[in-house]
Each structure stands twice: as C-alpha cells, then as structure tokens.
Ligand binder design. Sequence first.
Ligand SMILES: *Cc1c(COP(=O)(O)O)cnc(C)c1O
Length: 372
Amino acid sequence: MSKDKDKNLTRKLVRQHIIDLDPYKPIVPLDMISELIGIPVSKLIKLDGNENPYGCSPRVNVALTNCNAYHIYPDSSYQTMCKLLERYVGVDSENIIVGSGSDELIDLILRLYLEPDDEVINCGPSFGMYPYCTAVNNGKLVEVPRDALYNVDIAAVKEAVSKRTKVIFIASPNNPTGNVTPEKDILELLKMGIVVVVDEAYFEFYGISMARLVEKHENLIALRTFSKWAGLAGLRVGYGIFHSNVIEYLNKIKPPYNVNVAAQIAVVESLADIDYLMGTVNAIKKEQARLIEKLNEQGILKPIPSVANFVLCNAPEGKAREIKELLESAGIFVRYFDTLQLKDMIRISVGKPEHTDALIEALHRIGGASND
Ligand SMILES: *Cc1c(COP(=O)(O)O)cnc(C)c1O
C-alpha cells in the first residue's frame, strides 16, 4: 500500500542528477544466458568482454587456495603490490594507487576534480564508463567525436575546452575501435593545463605506455588494469600512475580497503608469472591476425585494424543486431553497438583458435541462411 508513497518520498530526497541518470548497461552474466538459450555454460563462447580466454596464471589459483588470511583486512597502502608495480611499470611506487578495477579510479578521478556542472571531454566512440561516471559525479559531458578513422580530433578537443573543462579521457588503445592516440597528440593536449587521463587498459597488447611521463607532467594520469591481459577481470584490480601532487589528494578520498586480499594475492602471483601471461597475450595476438584474415576471406563482417585484443567489424547495413542474435542462439557472444557513431558494428574479443573456428562456422551458416 505504501509502496508508491515511499517511492515518491525517495524521489523527493534523492539527488536530482541521480534520478536523471541512465544506468550503465553491463554484460549479461553467462549463467543467466545459459538458462535462457538452453546451452550449458561450459559450451558458451564468450567474445564480448575483452577478457583473457586462457584465464589467469595457474599460480593465482594455487595461492588463493592456500591463503589463510581472508579474515584480515588488507594493508590500506598496498605497499607490497605498489613495490612490485614499481618494477613492472618503471615508475616510483609512491606514484601508484590501486583500485577495484580501473573503473574505480575513473570515478575517484572525477570525484577529485569535478564541481557540479564542470565539464569532461569524451572522444567517442569510446569506453562507456567515462560518460557514466561523469553523470554520477554531476559533471557535464562534452562529446568531441573522433574522425572517420576513429582518430581523436585534437584541434576539435582544444576548441571544446572551456573554463569549466576539468578532465579529458582518452583510451589508447581505444575501446571499441582498437586504435591508439600518438604520444605527440597527448603532449599537445597536456599543454592546455587540464587533466588528461590516458587509459591504457590494453597496454600489454600494444607495448607503448605514457606512464613514465607522469612525473614530468603534473596533469597526466595513466590508468592500467589486470582485467584484460592478466585474466583477473573477475577479481577487479586496476591501478593508476599519478603525479605526487595528485597522489596526496587522491589518497584522502580513496576508500582504505578498496582492493581485497584475494585480488592482492592474484596481483603478486601474476607479476611473478609475467612470462606465462605474456605467452597468452602473444597467443591472443597471433590468433587476432588469423581471425582478421578469416573474417576478410569470408566477407560478412569487415574488421578494422586493431592493436588491442578485440576487433571492431562493420556488419552489412541494418544487419548487426540480427547477426549478434543469431550468433547468440549458437552460444557465441559478441558486443553489438547501436549508436549513431557505431552503426551496424560488432566488436569481437579475440578468443582461442577453436573459438575463431566456431565463430566463422556460425557466420557461414548465417550468411547462407540470409541468402535463401
Ligand atoms: C575494460 C576497460 C577498463 C576497465 O577495466 P577494469 O580494471 O576491469 O575496471 C577500463 N578502460 C577501458 C578502455 C576498458 O576497455
């Protein structure tokens, strides 16, 4: 009886920008889909999350099984992890802050800089968390679309900067387009004195980072993650490289125990097993070349070049959704976009060779069916 009344009361009390917020659309969990389409989870082929199909380092599984410290809070300064990252990244451990995925750091950065209605520049098509976290933090999103080849339009970004612009997000390699923004372009933007966040979630697939420049440029932030290359997406651990002046304030607002003990152990073991993990990265890169070749040969989905672990493809006009759904009923999951900037496009994460074969085979059947 009081349900409507409660809802109205809540509506009156909740902050207006949260009431207006579009929720983030996460990937549907596999077990739910499995039930929906009647194919067991073990048979599903998941190419929609840019995850590592080989999983994490086996050392992680052993260490987590043997851990007897789950009842103890983690070290809130995460010194062990930051010291190991110091060596891995090549920057001082004092310049590193870890997060519950780099997603958390995106939010923390915006909390640090945004007053209500301050502006954030997004160069779409790009990662959905930038617009989403901007809205959560009551900022104003300013879209500066990429050009026809998905390069960031540096001149347009500079023109879009106003007195209220605080942060510019640039994913490089970019998700979902797979291309990079050259260092000289980022340096050009840094001159404007606004925070430039270079999101390097796919660094390990590309190999070039701007992290070493953070010490020289107070307004440069580099973000990294263990989700994509290290197979730890489910444990949620990322990190950022920040100038020491920024670290001081960021540490004030960072939740003290934001990375859990299991994730911490997983990072230690992953960084002790880099050769193994980079072996899987190389297998993914090799498979990417084969996937692109097969798709081109077949001619239904047309891939565009990518230096990350996924490929964005053009589908025949008006067919992207249908292809996505037909693949889904065959147990193969890809990411389909339905925006003005990404019309008729599908993003495919690179899987194992057998995943590529199943995808090509399913596309072949679909191609045949729609010709009938
Ligand atoms: C996947 C992804 C992330 C998220 O990483 P988490 O560490 O899992 O939160 C961040 N940025 C980009 C561009 C991504 O594609």
